[in-house]
Design a protein around this ligand. Structure first.
Ligand code: S3P
Length: 185
């Protein structure tokens, strides 16, 4: 591992953003680059509960899923890892507090129009099932953009950007962020 990467791997970045913004895929690349594990919060919940996300939504309801999400986030924050949260993780005030206490939080900011082309018809995402994906995403963006904004230390505009470029920009931010943190100590 390069010395610069080794220093960055002492940071545990958390990715937030709407569904389809690339939290898991960019998270995987970032984790590999930093030589850290990726904890995908949805996968963590699925493994812990033993049911899929659509099953949890259908059988227990969204409120129960949100509680599972808060429990999961509390269990994993602070670990040496890249954490990819679910798109709705910022809805809970508790989660927002946890995120603020565990920087750096990176928002993969993408427009509903961009996201709709990526996730239309995805049956694993109950919040867009059976409706007009673009309108639903616009509605979610209206509610969530200010919440992502409030939690994030860095916003990365995701549209028109290849994953490799996104990774490059995130690494650039992390280097800057690390320097600022050191100055504060
Ligand atoms: C959700 C996003 C999903 C998953 C669940 C709810 C949301 O995660 O947590 O379906 O509220 O936006 P992804 O953002 O990884 O798709």
């Amino acid at each position: 591992m390069k010395a610069s990467t080794k220093k960055l791997s002492q940071i545990s970045p958390i990715l937030v953003g709407l569904m389809g913004s690339g939290k898991s895929s960019i998270g995987r690349r970032l984790a590999a680059h930093l030589d850290l594990p990726l904890i995908d919060l949805d996968d963590y919940i699925v493994e812990k509960i033993g049911r899929s996300i659509p099953e949890i939504f259908e059988q227990d309801g969204e409120a129960a899923f949100r509680q599972m999400e808060t429990d999961a986030l509390s269990e994993v924050v602070g670990k040496p890892a890249v954490i990819a949260t679910g798109g709705g993780a910022v809805l809970s005030e508790t989660n927002r507090r946890i995120l603020k206490e565990h920087p750096p939080v990176i928002w993969l900011k993408a427009t509903p129009e961009f996201l709709a082309t990526r996730i239309d018809g995805d049956s694993n995402r109950p919040l867009i099932a059976g409706g007009d994906t673009l309108s639903r995403l616009r509605e979610l963006a209206g509610i969530r953009y200010p919440l992502y904004e409030a939690c994030a230390d860095f916003s990365l505009p995701r549209c028109d950007m290849k994953k490799s470029e996104a990774l490059h920009e995130i690494l650039r931010f992390l280097k800057k962020w690390r320097k600022q943190q050191k100055k504060r100590l």
